[in-house]
Design a binder for this molecule. Structure first.
Ligand SMILES: Cc1ncc(COP(=O)(O)O)c(C=O)c1O
Length: 407
């Protein structure tokens, strides 16, 4: 039967996260591979969804109010003038917004720049569209973007550069200089940028999220993709730390109950000998909207029109009652986002202290998103996958290997 698969489907492999989750189930391990929350969404937001269902918003639907709110937020956050009618397409989460964007602009053979490491779904979408991912490594320990490396990789075959800031998996927030470098590359090679800004509201210390689209001349070249999932879901924090030994790790993550078990996620990486731990924070006031699948793409009208056409062909519309309920979430006051940032920041600091206290080293303090990346010791002979397998078997804690984030 395999010969019936398309050639691109054959190139896609299951994510290590899924495979290890299965192993965890078989071993009855504490599953920290998937960062799902163990707390409910606030009742007023759930009520908004229930009320939308009871009001018979149950058919295919486009809720223009979502675009109106997103446009206002873009103006407030980034000073961008966005026409809610022509510059925004509502999609099923950032994931669909990103895929539809790629299908809207990528032809067979087009090259697309990805930073390495990066969130795993970008590569798959680009390949499905017939595009060619070209990786530009970010330099550890601070995951710095080297302008020369970028400029050497951007050619006249480059159609777009993908930027995710705040960044999964490193927790990096790209600096203004780095954004200017990316903008410069787009101008020089006349290419587009696709940004993934799902962690736009989660930055720490004095870091501020700057949208690439707000740099001079970039709005007309940028398609912003984002969603309700992270700003309103508060599903997790990810920490990557230096491996000490399986048992202290188990004590820390699996058995101490310092943080909610169901929200942990661990990953390791052989190449950089990294190990990551995904630590979810329970936020009393947070919304759990990741599963509601409401996201958007913002960009030039003709590209957004193509994205909308693709979205309609693939899914027709984002879930109608959740679009209605999104109106309630998007009206959240500024204090909510301040609280969100402060809450995550204190959890980050707490966890770094906790890890340092049991001998782990944090090389790069996360500036945003839910992630922290640190190295496994050089004398760790196991691959990241083997390490995680041992962690499951010996400590009954399931983790995610970091190799999934590298090309
Ligand atoms: C960088 C990044 N982008 C997108 C997503 C998924 O967003 P959505 O739930 O809106 O599809 C995730 C989820 O983990 C992510 O980490």
């Amino acid at each position: 039967m395999e010969e019936k698969l398309s050639s691109v489907a054959k190139t896609l492999t299951p994510s290590p996260i899924q495979e290890l989750s299965l192993l965890a189930q078989r071993c009855n391990a504490v599953n920290l591979a998937e960062g799902f929350p163990d707390f409910p969404a606030p009742s007023h937001i759930k009520s908004a969804a229930v009320s939308a269902i009871n009001s018979d918003f149950n058919q295919y639907r486009h809720v223009q109010g979502v675009c109106d709110h997103v446009a206002m937020i873009m103006k407030h956050m980034h000073g961008l003038d966005v026409d809610p009618l022509s510059n925004i397409a509502i999609c099923c989460g950032q994931s669909e917004a990103f895929a539809a964007t790629v299908f809207a602009i990528i032809d067979k053979g087009d090259e697309v720049i990805l930073f390495d490491p990066s969130y795993e779904t970008y590569e798959a979408c680009i390949k499905l569209a017939g595009g060619i991912p070209v990786y530009v490594p970010l330099d550890p320990p601070c995951w710095t973007l080297d302008a020369d490396k970028l400029m050497k990789s951007v050619t006249n075959r480059t159609k777009a550069i993908v930027l995710n800031s705040p960044h999964n998996p490193t927790g990096k927030v790209f600096t203004e200089d780095e954004l200017e470098t990316i903008a410069g590359a787009c101008h020089t090679r006349d290419c587009l940028a696709i940004t993934d800004e799902v962690y736009e509201n989660i930055t720490y210390d004095k870091e501020k999220h700057i949208s690439l689209a707000s740099l001079p001349g970039m709005q007309k070249r940028t398609i912003i993709t984002s969603s309700l999932s992270k700003s309103y879901s508060v599903t997790g924090m990810v920490y990557y730390f230096t491996y000490q030994d399986l048992h202290s790790t188990a004590a820390l993550v699996g058995r101490s109950h310092i943080l909610p078990k169901s929200c942990w996620r661990i990953s390791t990486n052989k190449q950089f000998l990294h190990m990551l731990i995904f630590i979810s924070a329970v936020c009393q006031h947070g919304c759990v909207l990741s599963g509601w699948r409401i996201g958007w793409a913002i960009g030039p009208a003709c590209i957004v029109s193509a994205i909308r056409n693709i979205h309609i062909k693939i899914t027709d519309s984002a879930p109608a009652p959740f679009q209605e309920a999104a109106l309630t979430a998007l009206r959240s006051p500024l204090e909510y986002f301040e609280w969100l940032r402060r809450d995550y920041e204190s959890r980050r600091d707490y966890t770094i202290k906790l890890l340092a206290g049991v001998g782990f080293q944090v090389q790069f303090k996360p500036q945003g998103s839910f992630f922290l990346f640190v190295e496994l010791p050089e004398n760790c002979v196991l691959s990241d996958v083997a390490f995680v397998e041992e962690l499951i078997k010996q400590a009954e804690v399931v983790a995610v290997p970091g190799c999934g984030f590298f090309s």
